[in-house]
Design a protein around this ligand. Structure first.
Ligand code: EPS
Length: 388
C-alpha cells in the first residue's frame, strides 16, 4: 500500500516555476490561495536573504483538487511561477538555445555541484545548481500550508524560532512571545540576541562570507498515538528527522533534548509520569525532555525539533576548487546568493513537520472526508482517554 499522503515537487530555481502535487488529502477541507500565500510570504522574509527575494513575490495558484474553496479529495495541484524566469529564458530554455550558453565548471564546496555533476555525468554544473537550489523550498512551504490547514482542524499549532545565528545564541525564554518572533527580522524571541545575530550577518556580508545557525520548531496540540514503536519506518521521530534533514543546508536534527541527553543519567533524562485528574488522561508529564515522542509515538506533549543549519555554501570570497573542464586548480563559481537562511529554514521546517503530522493523522485516523477523519479522531481520543 502507498503511504496515505504523498508529495511531489518539480521545478528549477530559474525555470518557469515550481509545481506541487499533494495526493491523499480528504475532501471538505477549506483551502484558498490567500492562506497559502501568507505562508509563502513568511518564508521569503528574514535578514540575510539575497536580492532574489526582491524579485519574487511567491503565490501558489491552485490548479486542481479544490472547488468553491474546499478540497474535493482529488490530488491538489499547485503552481508557483518564477518571476526571475524572464531573465533566465535562454539559460534555462527547455528547447536547444539559439546561442551558446557557457557551462558552469567550477564547483562550489558544500553545494551539490561536484557530486551531482559527477553522478549525472554532466559537463555543466548548471542543472545541478538549479534543482539543488533552496528555491525548491517554496514548493514545500506551499504543500506545508495545505498540511497545516488540515492539522489545524485537529487543534495543532506549529511554530518556529531562531536559537542561534553565526555563533550568537538567544537566552533561554521561559515562554515565547510568538508575535514578537513573527516581527523579528531573524525570527528570534530574544530581542538583544536578535541584534547580535544581525551584526553577525552584516559582518559576513562585508567579508564575503556566510553564516548558519540553529532553529527550533514546536508543534503543540499533537494527540497521543501518532507513529508507532512496532516498525522502523513507522516511528514518528524517524519520519520527522528524515523530512527535516532533507531541507537544503540542514546538517543536524534533534528531538527534545537530543544530543544533550547523551551526557545525562537516566534518572535526569526522562520525564516522570504523574497522576493527574486535571488533564484529559489519568496522567501528566511535568517535563518534556523527550520532545513529545517516546518509542516513536507522540505522547501528547509538544513536539520539539531543533535544526542545525550550515552556512550557505555560495561564498562572495570563494573557496578553492577544481575546474571540471580544464582539471586545474581554481576558485569556486560565485553567483548571487543568500548570506543567511536560518529564519527561512524555521518556516520550511514548520512546513515539513506539518506534512509529516498530517500524514500521521491520516495513517492513524483514516477518512476520505474531513468529517470522517474528525469522527474517527474523536472516537479514538475518547477511548484512549478512558484507557479502553
Ligand atoms: C540559492 C540562491 C539564491 C537564493 C535561492 C537559493 O537564488 P539566486 O541564485 O536566484 O539568487 O535566493 O533561494 C531562492 C530563490 C528561494 O526562493 O529561496 C541557492 O543557490 O541555493
Amino acid at each position: 500500500m502507498m503511504p496515505r499522503l504523498r508529495l511531489l515537487t518539480a521545478g528549477e530555481s530559474h525555470g518557469k516555476g515550481l509545481m506541487v502535487i499533494i495526493d491523499g488529502m480528504p475532501a471538505g477541507l477549506p483551502l484558498d490561495e490567500d492562506y497559502i500565500a501568507s505562508e509563502l510570504k513568511r518564508r521569503q522574509l528574514g535578514y540575510g536573504r539575497g536580492s532574489r527575494m526582491k524579485v519574487e513575490q511567491d503565490r501558489a495558484e491552485i490548479l486542481s483538487g479544490v472547488r468553491h474553496g474546499v478540497t474535493i479529495g482529488s490530488p491538489i495541484g499547485l503552481l508557483i511561477w518564477n518571476r526571475d524566469w524572464e531573465n533566465w529564458k535562454e539559460v534555462m530554455d527547455a528547447s536547444p538555445p539559439g546561442k551558446d550558453v557557457p557551462p558552469i565548471t567550477r564547483p562550489r564546496p558544500g553545494h551539490a555541484d561536484v557530486a551531482g555533476a559527477t553522478k549525472y555525468g554532466l559537463g555543466d554544473i548548471r542543472p545541478v545548481m538549479e534543482r539543488a537550489s533552496a528555491r525548491e523550498t517554496a514548493a514545500r512551504v506551499a504543500a506545508g500550508a495545505v498540511a497545516r490547514r488540515f492539522v489545524t482542524e485537529f487543534g495543532m499549532e506549529i511554530r518556529s524560532h531562531t536559537l542561534a545565528i553565526g555563533g550568537e545564541w538567544a537566552n533561554e525564554q521561559t515562554s515565547i512571545d510568538w508575535q514578537q518572533v513573527e516581527q523579528s527580522p531573524v525570527r528570534c524571541a530574544d530581542a538583544g540576541a536578535a541584534k547580535a545575530m544581525m551584526v553577525a550577518i552584516d559582518r559576513a556580508v562585508s567579508s564575503g562570507d556566510t553564516v548558519g545557525g540553529v532553529c527550533e520548531i514546536v508543534a503543540a496540540g499533537v494527540p497521543v498515538g501518532l507513529g508507532s514503536h512496532v516498525h522502523w519506518d513507522r516511528r514518528l521521530d524517524g519520519a520527522i528527522a528524515q523530512a527535516i534533514m532533507s531541507i537544503n543546508s540542514v546538517k543536524g536534527v534533534e528531538i527534545g533534548d537530543g544530543f544533550k541527553l547523551a551526557d545525562l543519567k537516566g534518572s535526569q533524562a526522562h520525564d516522570a509520569i504523574e497522576v493527574s485528574q486535571a488533564s484529559p488522561y489519568p496522567w501528566r508529564r511535568p517535563t518534556n525532555h523527550a520532545g513529545g515522542i517516546e518509542g516513536g509515538i507522540s505522547n501528547g506533549e509538544p513536539i520539539i525539533v531543533r535544526v542545525a543549519v550550515k552556512p550557505v555554501p555560495t561564498l562572495g570570497k570563494p573557496l578553492p576548487s577544481v575546474d571540471l573542464s580544464t582539471k586545474e586548480a581554481t576558485e569556486a563559481h560565485y553567483e548571487r546568493s543568500d548570506v543567511c537562511v536560518v529564519p527561512a529554514v524555521g518556516v520550511i521546517a514548520e512546513a515539513m513537520l506539518a506534512y509529516v503530522l498530517a500524514g500521521a493523522v491520516l495513517e492513524k485516523f483514516g477518512g476520505d472526508s474531513l468529517g470522517e477523519t474528525k469522527r474517527n479522531y474523536d472516537s479514538c481520543l475518547d477511548s484512549a482517554q478512558r484507557q479502553g
